[in-house]
Every structure is written in structure tokens, then in C-alpha cells.
Design a protein around this ligand. Structure first.
Ligand code: AGP
Length: 372
């Protein structure tokens, strides 16, 4: 196993470092001339895609957070209603499924029992099924009408990291393809997004190479007992993912919230010294949400919170309001989850390591949950 880690202290550390390569492989041969080139076996026929009136994405855990990030993009670009359902809830909720429904499953392993059962249910009830999966030849893709492999490479650590990035990118590719087929985006509009997609691997590599702040922070915080995460829009699933990683491998109580939800309850948790990570939307492309989130930060700081902001390079407005700012590259807003999640993955890794925990094999958890 030591050899397989290739010099890294853990599989998780290795797999985080493989993020840029994972994305490169997800994108490979799928963009031609700036537009998306997906085969019919990777989606559905154009005719079927045109007739869709609803998409439901089913997944569990980290894959379900990637689905929430994908939901915003697919709906925004292809103008089809999209919803995300936890796979284990979906099957027991008597969902409305027709031949114009597409059920997309997201699974790294392709073996998650809850997700597999949701896909079977969808197929039995007449919906189309598309698997977005990492593991070639696994059960879920075999049981689906179509499969879009993300090619992130093997993921061994229980905590999913690079697969999350590739799952989001896989959905973005699908969303752009759907938008093209349905005529809701022009090729030129698609090209502005694919240019940003192709820039992601290098931006990720830059974030990974400049992560000393995150490391220091994690060491400084190794006694912390509770961490909150806030985000809006695609930053919201990133907040949920940051919290899940911390629970899984650091055994620290952590929760993610949508910024707007604060005053509806969670703000009562804020007391002096409470650490809150805030995933800040871009001031350039999402100015309204940016200023709303700055207001959220002001509200929690007034109550003594210590704020760690994950913010776009050049966002100076956030500086006076944050104790620490972790920088990520500039990109299209629908792609931003891929960049902003990385400091949170690194933070969980470093904090668990600082506590001397086994990051690859956290207690009570299995890499893939093959029982219901
Ligand atoms: C992520 O860190 C988890 N260990 C877990 O939530 C995982 O993402 C979930 O069990 C789904 O697994 P899958 O992608 O293999 O279906």
C-alpha cells in the first residue's frame, strides 16, 4: 500500500493532489472546437433529450452534493426543471416518473446499494436512466440506459475528493450538451464556458501548490470542536461538502448552511470564537449574492464568529470582513464549486492529520456502502 501511495502520507492526500489530472481526464475528447462532443451512449438520443420535461438526480453523500452543484448548471443552461433526491429517499417517495423523465445517478463506485435501487426503481417506472460514474463496468452503469464515465482514476480513501470535482465537471458537460441539443444556448455561449472548463486543471494545480495557509490554519485549529460552513447558490453544496469531510475524517461536529437560512435558526449557534467557513460568490459574476453573503458575514462577526472566507482572487471587498481569506481562481459561476471545494478538502485532510487520525480509514465507514 505504501508504494501505491506514491510517496504521499495517505491515499486521501494523493487523491486530492490528483484533482487536476482527474478533471483533465473527464474533459478529454469531450470538447471539440469549443463545443461539447458526447456520444449518444453517454447521454440519450437527441430526440429523447429534446422531449425531456424533468430531470431528477439521485445520489448519496458527497455525490449528492456534486448533484446539487450540477442542478444549478443544468437548469440554468438547458432550462429543464432539475431536482436532487437522496437515493434512499427517492424510492420511497412515490416519485412522478414518465417516459420524459431522466433520472441521473451519480456514484463514484457504481456499487452504492441505495443509488442502485433508485436507478432500478426509475427504470421500472418508465424513466430514462443515465449513470455518471467513475468505476468502469460497475453495477450502476450496467443497469442504466446510458453512462458518462468521469475517468477520475481509482479513489481509495473513504473520503471522496477528486471524484467530487470530476462528478461536477461530468454534469457540466452533460448540461452544456443538453443546452445545445435543446437550443437554449448558442455555440458561442457554450464556448465561453468550455474555455473556463479547460482552464480548471491549471487553476486547481495552482490552488494545491499554494495551500500553506490552509495547512497552518488546520494545525492551529486542531482542538476545535465545532465548525460551521456557509454558502449560497453553488457555494451551498460546497459548504455541505466541507462539513461532511470534517465529520468523516476529523470527527468534529460540522454543519453546512445556506447563507440566507442563518436568520431562520442557525445564527443562534454563533457565539464568540465559533469558526465559520464562508464560501463567497464572485463579486464580478454574482454581485447581488456576493453582497448578500457579505451581510451574512457581518451578522455573524457581530456575534463573535471567526470567519474564514474562500473567495475569488481579487475580491478585495471581503478583506475587512474575514479573519483569514483563502483564495481561489476566477471562473464561470457554475464552475466555481470545483475550485472552492479544494481548500475545504485540504482543510479536513490537514486537520485530521494534525489530530493523528487515520484519514484513509475513518472509524465506522466503508468506501462504498453496498448494503441498504
Ligand atoms: C464521501 O466522502 C463519502 N465517503 C460518501 O458520502 C460517498 O460519497 C457516498 O457513500 C456515495 O458513494 P458513491 O459515490 O460511491 O456512490
Amino acid at each position: 500500500a505504501e508504494a501505491e501511495k506514491g510517496g504521499w502520507p495517505s491515499f486521501m492526500a494523493k487523491e486530492i493532489s490528483e484533482g487536476p489530472e482527474a478533471i483533465r481526464n473527464t474533459l478529454r475528447a469531450r470538447i471539440e472546437d469549443g463545443v461539447i462532443a458526447l456520444g449518444e451512449n453517454e447521454t440519450l438520443t437527441d430526440e429523447q433529450l429534446k422531449n425531456l420535461d424533468r430531470i431528477i438526480i439521485v445520489a448519496c453523500g458527497t455525490a449528492s452534493y456534486s448533484a446539487m452543484a450540477g442542478e444549478y448548471a443544468i437548469e440554468e443552461w438547458a432550462r429543464v426543471p432539475v431536482e436532487v433526491e437522496l437515493a434512499h429517499e427517492f424510492r420511497y417517495s412515490n416519485p412522478v416518473l414518465t417516459e420524459n423523465t431522466l433520472v441521473i445517478s451519480i456514484s463514484q463506485s457504481g456499487e452504492t446499494m441505495d443509488t442502485k435501487m433508485a436507478v432500478q426503481y426509475a427504470a421500472e417506472h418508465g424513466a430514462h436512466t443515465l449513470a455518471i460514474c467513475n468505476t468502469q463496468g460497475s453495477t450502476i452503469p450496467r443497469e442504466s440506459d446510458a453512462v458518462l464515465y468521469i475517468h477520475a482514476g481509482p479513489e481509495v480513501a473513504v473520503a471522496s475528493t477528486k471524484a467530487f470535482l470530476a462528478q461536477v465537471v461530468g454534469q457540466l458537460l452533460f448540461g452544456l450538451h443538453l443546452a445545445r441539443v435543446r437550443g437554449t444556448m448558442t455555440d458561442d455561449e457554450i464556448r465561453t464556458v468550455t474555455a473556463d472548463l479547460e482552464a480548471l486543471p491549471e487553476q486547481l494545480a495552482f490552488t494545491l501548490e499554494n495551500a500553506d495557509d490552509v495547512r497552518e490554519l488546520a494545525h492551529w485549529m486542531s482542538d476545535t470542536r465545532s465548525v460551521l460552513f456557509l454558502g449560497r447558490n453553488v457555494g451551498y453544496p460546497v459548504a455541505l461538502e466541507g462539513a461532511l469531510k470534517l465529520k468523516e475524517i476529523s470527527y468534529i461536529h460540522a454543519e453546512g448552511f445556506a447563507g440566507g437560512e442563518l436568520k431562520h435558526g442557525p445564527i443562534a449557534l454563533i457565539e464568540p470564537g465559533q469558526v465559520v467557513f464562508v464560501v463567497v460568490p464572485s463579486p464580478r459574476t454574482q454581485p447581488t449574492m456576493h453582497s448578500k453573503l457579505i451581510s451574512n458575514i457581518q451578522e455573524i462577526r457581530a456575534r463573535g464568529a471567526r470567519v474564514i472566507a474562500v473567495a475569488e482572487e481579487g475580491d478585495a471587498a471581503v478583506l475587512p470582513y474575514a479573519d483569514i481569506v483563502l483564495r481561489v481562481g476566477t471562473t464561470h459561476p457554475m464552475l466555481s464549486a470545483v475550485l472552492s471545494v479544494v481548500p475545504l478538502h485540504l482543510f479536513a485532510l490537514e486537520l485530521a492529520s494534525a489530530k493523528g487520525l487515520d484519514v484513509d480509514q475513518p472509524r465506522n465507514l466503508a468506501k462504498s456502502v453496498t448494503v441498504e
